[in-house]
Design a protein around this ligand. Structure first.
Ligand code: NAP
Length: 247
């Protein structure tokens, strides 16, 4: 096993399912102790931790709602109390609402902004306070910011905000050798992506990628595993597509 992250501590928000679960597993394989955050899926979070432990890794599951700044602070406090340091933050928790701008409600707006922007902002702020020099922050954005697809307007707006936050935070933390990048998956085969889509729509999206398929959570974990390496220390303030050449 490649143990480049031995002794390091990673927080993965929304680490219990889908892309976050694959990222948690990969960081643990690389030797990091992983804090697997979740909101309500205790069972899935427990499974994620067990998988990591069965593979010889170290992980804990921590319930905290990333829409609430108080919960965000508690997540990082628990990380500190358990492991005593923070080296890597992956801001992965996010939600998607496929709806035209015409039909979106104020409640929809508040819900998605609370998780996709407010949650990412307060996690970044905690990391700015707590992360060791030379750390890594990876914010999960989306390729929809480049695709201009109908029904993705509000979601794309939140991910555009994530990209901007990433660029500014990279400048603010550069003197501590902390790199901050956003990673934009294309369509990835998870519960979030499949909800409300027909198989025909899914195959239509697969055809938009140069590589002709939908991504897997492991594809995104692979991209994260590149950004946490020492060899990536000169890459900061960037938005990187992990989308099979979709856009
Ligand atoms: N799948 C795609 O095609 C795709 C494409 C581009 C970008 N992305 C982005 O990738 C990220 C992960 O997406 P996914 O497809 O893996 O989603 P998913 O399968 O729906 O998993 C979402 C994860 O986030 C957690 N979560 C949800 N609300 C939360 C909250 N308020 N506080 C803390 N955790 C919360 C969930 O835990 P609980 O079950 O406990 O709520 C779960 O672990 C998102 O930021 C998404 O926008 C996805």
């Amino acid at each position: 096993m490649d143990t480049i992250l031995n002794g390091k501590v990673a927080v993965v928000t929304g680490g219990s399912k889908g892309i976050g679960r694959a990222i948690s597993g990969r960081l643990a394989e690389l030797g990091a102790s992983v804090v697997v955050n979740y909101a309500s899926g205790l069972k899935e979070a427990g499974e994620t931790v067990r998988e990591i432990e069965d593979g010889g890794g170290i992980a804990i599951a921590v319930q905290a709602d990333m829409c609430r700044a108080h919960d965000v602070a508690a997540l990082f406090e628990r990380t500190d109390n358990t492991f005593g340091r923070l080296d890597i933050l992956v801001n992965n928790a996010g939600m998607l609402l496929n709806q035209t701008i015409y039909d979106l409600t104020e409640e929809d707006f508040d819900a998605i902004v609370a998780l996709n922007i407010k949650g990412v902002f307060f996690c970044c702020r905690e990391a700015a306070h707590r992360m060791v020099d030379g750390g890594r922050i990876i914010n999960i954005s989306s390729t929809v910011t480049r695709m201009l697809l109908p029904t993705y307007g509000l979601y794309a707006a939140t991910k555009g905000a994530v990209d901007q936050l990433t660029r500014v935070l990279a400048k603010e933390l550069g003197s501590r050798r902390i790199t901050v990048n956003s990673l934009s998956p294309g369509p990835v085969d998870t519960e979030l992506f499949r909800r409300g889509k027909s198989e025909e729509q899914i195959q239509g999206m697969a055809a938009m990628a140069a590589l002709g398929r939908i991504g897997t959570p492991a594809d995104i974990a692979d991209a994260v595993s590149l950004l946490v390496r020492e060899e990536s220390s000169w890459i900061s303030g960037q938005n990187i597509g992990a989308n099979g050449g979709m856009a």
